[in-house]
Write a protein that binds this ligand. Structure first.
Ligand code: AMP
Length: 180
């Protein structure tokens, strides 16, 4: 299905002052409950990545999981979960980071990726980039290479996508909201 920016944006709901004052929260849950929107979004990534040399798809807790799991299934790639602290069993590596609203910590299982792996890293939204930088560190500390970062939404004015690209990480997002 051809990607239609207007259609996808019509599904994304903006919730003002949530989870705290001053934040315009971009809610993508209506994409998941709209089969046409879900297919449009998933197809856009499949078309982009079906002939690339990615070996793994990594995704970030929790909304990142939902699209990335479908991509991994369709592209027949291993799916690597990067989770919030305390959710993964066994030996883990963790990384603290600052959010647009608060602080958090991400974890990955030791050995989840290895040198030579070419990873597509997926999250729902890029704001300051703090979450993605933490995830990138967890992956690259284990020797993996980040082939590209993909998101549904970019908030370019918060600078994250630019910082990632300045750091040599290619970034692909389906849509952007300027202004915040
Ligand atoms: P950041 O680390 O600042 O790039 O923030 C990105 C992460 O926080 C993503 O995993 C998003 O789910 C969440 N997030 C940050 N800002 C927003 C926002 N305005 N609307 C929806 N989610 C957001």
């Amino acid at each position: 299905m051809l990607y239609d920016d207007f259609y996808v944006k019509s599904l994304i709901q903006t919730v003002e002052d949530w989870p705290k004052e001053g934040i315009s929260f971009r809610d993508i849950t209506p994409i998941f409950s709209d089969p046409k929107g879900m297919r449009m979004v998933v197809d856009a990534y499949i078309h982009r990545y079906m002939s690339t040399e990615i070996t793994h798809i990594a995704c970030i807790d929790a909304r990142g999981f939902l699209i990335a799991a479908v991509l991994a299934y369709e592209l027949q790639k291993p799916l690597i979960l990067i989770r919030k602290k305390g959710k993964l069993p066994g030996k883990t590596i963790s990384q603290k980071y600052a959010l647009e609203y608060g602080e958090a910590e991400l974890e990955i299982q030791e050995g989840a990726v290895k040198p030579g792996d070419e990873v597509l890293l997926f999250d729902d939204l890029i704001a300051t980039g703090g979450t993605l930088f933490a995830a990138i560190k967890l992956l690259t500390d284990q020797g993996a290479n980040i082939k590209e970062v993909a998101a549904i939404i970019d908030l370019p004015d918060l600078g994250g996508s630019q910082k990632l690209q300045d750091g040599g990480v290619p970034v692909f997002s389906l849509c952007a909201y300027a202004g915040d």
